[in-house]
Design a protein around this ligand. Structure first.
Ligand code: ADE
Ligand code: ZN
Length: 337
């Protein structure tokens, strides 16, 4: 194994941008389809994998929403999340903040409680049995109406203890953060942490809105922030973390070549960058695959790789005792060579 890859494997890290429905591997998708009597539009795993040739975020989302239709029971959500958490453990992930898309399920008649209880049970078991800290961030689908998001927040507040925050995902272009200003204010008033996808395909202005209109603590993706020097200076000064997803960016044609991925430029501009997998089952890799792909393409130094992993601990929503302990363990691994 290359020295760089061995370092990546060894480093503890947090995953802060993973859509749990995007960790649904084709084999599990077909297993759950059979379990639940759901008819998929692909005859088998091979045909499904061939459908993973995306030219845009929307191309991917069209497959993603169909794929998640096999998730029906609490046990399905548990199995999905626990399979991902075991895989994350193998990549030395110490802490996960996982997105989920309740509206992708409630629209099919699956109750909010079914979704959140299954996922939450997997997070609890991961903490106890795998030693991986795991928590849930509920995302609003931005292509749907604001009223839908309000109704989803009403449901979520009945499960307030199982969710650490809210996010904003799905089709970005034409759905600016400001569309969700009021529902984010309600979520913030309820003490939930606030996150949003911004600047993945949408303009730098959406990153401004995420910060100033929604009041987010972390920006998911943020690639297009680099188009605006004033915004970059703001993100750097305020140490706003960006959850960057290199293989996702490549597969969704946000970047045309990994050698031109903006991650190193972001780091050189003093932005707090983290590396994440987004939808690992669809984009060809889990978190360490993302670290390896971007580190190799951009020829990152060991110091830069360590900095990326260290950033994930300062960007995580951990309580301060937990962060101190996790960072001490991290620095011990770094010193261990
Ligand atoms: N939902 C799942 N993955 C997503 C992504 N990369 N961007 C926006 N919404 C998503
Ligand atoms: Zn995402």
């Amino acid at each position: 194994m290359l020295e760089r890859d061995a370092l990546i494997a060894r480093l503890p890290k947090c995953e802060l941008h993973i859509h749990i429905e995007g960790s649904l591997e084709p084999e599990l998708m077909f297993e759950l389809a059979a379990r639940n009597g759901v008819q998929l539009p692909w005859p088998d795993v091979e045909t499904l994998r061939r459908a993973y040739a995306f030219n845009s975020l929307q191309d991917f989302l069209d497959v993603y929403y169909v794929g998640m239709s096999v998730l029906v029971t609490e046990r399905d959500f548990f199995d999905l999340a626990f399979a991902y958490l075991k895989r994350a453990r193998a990549d030395n992930v110490a802490h996960v903040e996982m997105f989920f898309d309740p509206q992708g399920h409630t629209v099919r008649g699956v109750s909010f409680a079914t979704v959140v209880n299954g996922l939450h049970a997997a997070c609890t078991k991961a903490r106890e049995e795998l030693g991986v800290g795991a928590s849930l961030i509920m995302c609003f689908l931005r292509h749907l109406e604001e009223a839908d998001a309000h109704a989803t927040l009403d449901e979520a507040l009945r499960h307030r203890d199982k969710i650490i925050g809210v996010g904003l995902d799905s089709s970005e272009r034409g759905h600016p953060p400001e569309k969700f200003a009021r529902v984010f204010r309600r979520a913030g008033d309820a003490g939930l942490n606030l996150f949003a996808h911004a600047g993945e395909e949408g303009p730098a202005d959406y990153v401004w809105q995420a910060l100033d209109v929604l009041g987010v603590k972390r920006v998911d993706h943020g690639n297009r922030a680099l188009d605006d020097d004033v915004l970059v200076a703001r993100l750097a000064r305020e140490r706003v973390p960006l959850t960057v997803c290199p293989l996702s960016n490549l597969r969704l044609k946000v970047v045309d070549d990994m050698r031109r991925h903006p991650l190193k430029r972001m780091m050189d501009k003093d932005l707090k960058v983290t590396v994440n997998s987004d939808d690992p089952a669809y984009f060809g890799g889990y978190i360490n695959d993302n670290f390896r792909a971007v580190s190799s393409a951009l020829d990152l130094s060991e110091t830069e790789i360590v900095a990326l992993a260290r950033n994930s601990f300062s960007a995580a929503m951990m309580d301060e005792d937990e962060r101190t302990t996790a960072l001490a363990r991290f620095e011990a691994v770094v010193r261990g060579g």
